[in-house]
Write a protein of this length. Sequence first.
Length: 405
Amino acid sequence: MPSISQRGNNAPDSPYRKLAPFAEKAKAAGKHIYHLNIGQPDIPSPATAIEAVQLSQHPIIEYGPAQGGSELRNTYAAYYDRFGVQVAADDVFATNGASEGIMFAIGACCDADDEIIIPEPFYASYNSFANFCEAKVVPIPSFLEDGFPLPPIEAFRERITPKTKAIILCNPGNPTGKVYPKEDLAAIIKLAIEKDLFLIVDEVYKEFCYDRPFHSVLRFEEAKDHVIVIDSVSKIFSLCGARIGFMVTKNVELQQAILRFCKMRLCPSYHGQVLALASFQNLDDYLEEVKAEYLNRRDTLYAALSEVDGLTLYKPEGAFYIITGLPVEDAEHFCQWMLDEFDYQNQTVMFAPAGGFYADPKLGKNQVRIAFVLNSEDIKKAVRCLEEGLKAYATISAEVLPLKQ
């Protein structure tokens, strides 16, 4: 039999989908599962966007421009005015989800064996796409007990080598919910310019900041040749399946490289662009209620978790995730056990084991990422399941219940 590539063998598994087979088995057994493992909001997508697709009368869904339609790119460029940033349509590329944008950014910045510095824990797909591009992730730990602040600039400086090509940040953070203050971003910008590095910043969750204002790295005009921003309609408009993301860079040479990648994959999704364009045209009416709902969910989840014995907590400042330390040795084992062996009143809960968000295998083993993407009543019920599950789990031994494959 032919052997698959080393790239294929080394591709890391998804921490938020890894336990899906056990969830399917639990559902088949009649259990109700509260899905807090993945950032799939239950808030309806904008009705005007759904209507725009339904009213679309194109008899042929043909190829569009490789970089995305001009109306969408102009609309998106104008959208950044609300963050005090001047962006031109030529600086914008529509991608098939933020995931494609991340892969294009890494592919355009890095050759094989080049290095990318990323504070951990980080969105697991950064590692996957770096692996695909044969680049190496160099992690810098940040810690739950401190609320996951940006590591000190000296920690970045110490990890820079002749192979370092880029730094990746997520602001607000997935999986941490951290919002970086302006002064921290300014320090990273200064370092990127000094060391002539690219700075790739994932700003997908920028509309969801609760305790600190959002500050885009695109506001640092002195770094225009260094900065690449990644964005998406998935979370802002609850359009995860539309698969429309964006890349923004003012670096003209980099724009030409990204355009070549865009041409190779032909074009972004036509119907996804229709959904995205209609959503941006009704932005404020939609987002006002959505922002308030996520803030309420954040506060509900944090209050409920605070009542559970043995947890290590911090209050996330943005996005819709919290990493929580559990009183267990192996969170992945516990999460699987919750699906495979446990229920409370025929209900259980699915989390993402947080170890998959760290490059260092020694970190995050007793942590889970919880996505507050369900309504407040379901969040309370899910936390009750967690509390009862922890009580039951404390009476058994992990050696008695080994992880199943």
